[in-house]
Design a protein around this ligand. Structure first.
Ligand code: C2E
Ligand code: CA
Ligand code: CA
Length: 522
């Protein structure tokens, strides 16, 4: 068979409006069918032109604002005209995609910065970076990588229409410049349009693939003097997006760099926190869709931090990996999860998330055996969850590790499927017992038919490899009904139960009752 890819990253970003440390991050794939690329040009266009059209009805006090608005509209039009002119000059065109290149972006931004200060300098800039694109290039070849960039450029151009200018300053980065004084909401809408474009599979000559990206958003400010001022803010926001698992959009906010620095400091403190016993595990049940019974509990690590309260993994795992503390933390997690699970009923398993850095360690399989032995836990009760990130750079070694674990009786699950860099053919190449479909699909499937169809397609693909699928992030009874109808074998999510501390697992298991059906679906 040809290859078929689902790409993106993990441990680098998860959606959601997050706490104070996160900067402002919004879900990227939030919109429904009404905001899909083909349908969205119209609302955006109307939004822009109606404002101008209705203004003459306002009182005379609005005269100044009307004048200002007209000048802004004229400035935006001029910007677009300049852009069109630039595109007729080869020096300003990216030869691969035909989009405006970095020089063109520089000129466009310089024109904004040199513009009428009364008009304001609040253009929006969205920086899009494709995730793990280097890896895509390495694995499927530069020609296929180029094909992706070309298709993406065409789709973005079509989706954004005349409402924003699109640039490819280089590599796997795209910039969307939104003229005028767009509201934050408008930039969010445009970011979602970009997200919608990324959700479309790419049909390449070698097969089909999905690719994810991260977005950083900022506004042009009055004290900006050059493009790099703006890009560095967008880049800081983008880095923050990259740190979440799943596709994310982050708006730049003052203090983002200090947050990043303080998180880095947190990385250095991890070893100390381990010494001080500051980590603990929560467990979230996974239930059989048909039986409604709890099959396993997934271990999720938390950090009890005196200053910040209980920190979630997104707040420290990236730093743990970057600072080299992950193997030590991972060993503590595996050991603790095995020990705690040994006290549960025998028909309840435990799933442990294992990072690329841990599973890649020479001693990993032996360490798993040691944890099982010390805890007195049956190997068949342990599932190791990995993401497709583990397949690079040495897929052969990982296949050997998976086989060794399975020989021992331990199961292997592929986590966050659908947003991770994962060739679907990996499902045939690697011994895998379970696929966990990322929760972004569960959320999106109720909002748009297309996302529902995509989830259906992924489930069918997984089923063709005869691998059972777990759907993550089930929050409502209606979602449960839909995933049941789509043929998922197991589900996990807040509807069933949020993660609970180890001390509450016994009570949860004893009192558990599976949720009922959605009223409208029943
Ligand atoms: P994951 O493996 O996909 O874990 C599921 C995450 O989704 C958990 O977030 C869980 O609290 C959250 N979640 C579960 N159900 C729902 C739902 O219905 N709605 C929503 N919105 N969220 C739900 P958490 O605990 O913040 O963990 C985030 C990620 O951090 C995990 O994603 C996993 O990749 C990583 N992680 C967590 N614990 C560990 C660990 O012990 N070791 C390693 N290496 N990674 C871990
Ligand atoms: Ca997991
Ligand atoms: Ca997951």
């Amino acid at each position: 068979m040809g290859w078929k890819w689902i790409t993106d990253r993990r441990h680098e970003g998860r959606w959601a409006v997050r706490g104070a440390m996160a900067g402002l991050t919004v879900p990227m794939f939030f919109i429904g069918a009404g905001l899909w690329p083909s349908a969205i040009d119209t609302p955006l266009a109307l939004g822009f032109d109606l404002t101008v059209g209705l203004l003459p009805l306002a009182t005379t006090a609005s005269g100044y604002r009307l004048g200002l608005l007209r000048r802004r509209v004229a400035a935006a039009r001029r910007g677009r005209a300049q852009n069109a002119a630039l595109l007729s000059d080869k020096a300003f065109i990216d030869p691969l995609t035909g989009l405006a290149n970095r020089e063109a972006l520089e000129r466009a931004v310089n024109a904004i910065l040199a513009g009428d200060t009364a008009v304001g300098r609040n253009d929006g800039l969205i920086l899009l970076d494709l995730d793990r694109f280097g890896h895509v290039n390495e694995t499927i070849g530069r020609a296929a990588g180029d094909q992706i960039l070309l298709i993406l450029a065409q789709r973005l151009r079509q989706a954004l229409g005349a409402h924003a200018s699109l640039f490819r300053p280089g590599g796997n980065e795209f910039v969307v410049l939104v003229p005028g004084t767009p509201s934050r909401g408008k930039l969010e809408d445009i970011a979602r349009i970009v997200g919608g474009v990324l959700r479309e599979p790419f049909e390449l000559s070698g097969g089909q693939l999905w690719i994810g990206g991260s977005l950083g958003v900022t506004f042009v400010k009055a004290d900006d003097t050059q493009l790099s001022d703006i890009l560095s803010r967008a880049d800081l926001a983008l880095r923050r997006s990259k740190e979440m698992v799943g596709n994310s959009v982050t708006f730049h906010e003052e203090g983002l760099s200090t947050q990043t620095q303080s998180l880095r400091a947190a990385g250095r403190d991890i070893q100390q926190a381990l010494d001080e016993d500051a980590f603990f595990l929560e467990y979230q049940p996974v239930i059989g869709v048909e039986s409604g019974r709890i099959r396993a509990m997934e271990a999720l690590v938390r950090w009890r931090d005196a200053e910040h309260g209980a920190l979630k993994p997104d707040d420290f795992l990236v730093q743990a990996e970057r600072t080299g503390a992950m193997p030590a933390l991972g060993r503590w997690i595996l050991k603790t999860a095995c020990r705690e699970a040994a006290g549960w009923p025998e028909d309840v398993g435990v799933s442990v998330n294992v990072s690329k850095h841990e599973i890649g360690a020479e001693s990993f399989v032996d360490f798993v055996a040691l944890c099982l032995r010390e805890a007195g836990l049956q190997p068949s009760r342990l599932t190791i969850e990995v993401t497709d990130a583990v397949f690079s750079p040495d897929p052969k070694r990982i296949a050997t590790v998976f086989s060794a674990l399975r020989r021992m009786g331990v199961r292997v699950a592929l986590d966050d499927f659908g947003v991770g860099f994962s060739a679907v053919c990996n499902l045939g190449l690697f011994p895998i017992d379970q696929i966990k479909i990322d929760r972004s699909f569960t959320d999106a499937m109720m909002r748009s038919r297309r996302d529902g169809e995509l989830l259906d397609l992924i489930l069918k693909t997984v089923a063709s490899f005869k691998i059972p699928a777990i759907i993550e992030g089930v929050e409502t009874e209606c979602q449960l009904e839909v995933v049941r109808a789509l043929g998922a074998s197991e589900v996990q999510g807040y509807l069933i139960s949020p993660p609970v501390p180890a001390g509450e697992v016994g009570a949860l298991l004893a009192a558990f009752k599976a949720p009922g059906a959605c009223a409208s679906a029943a």
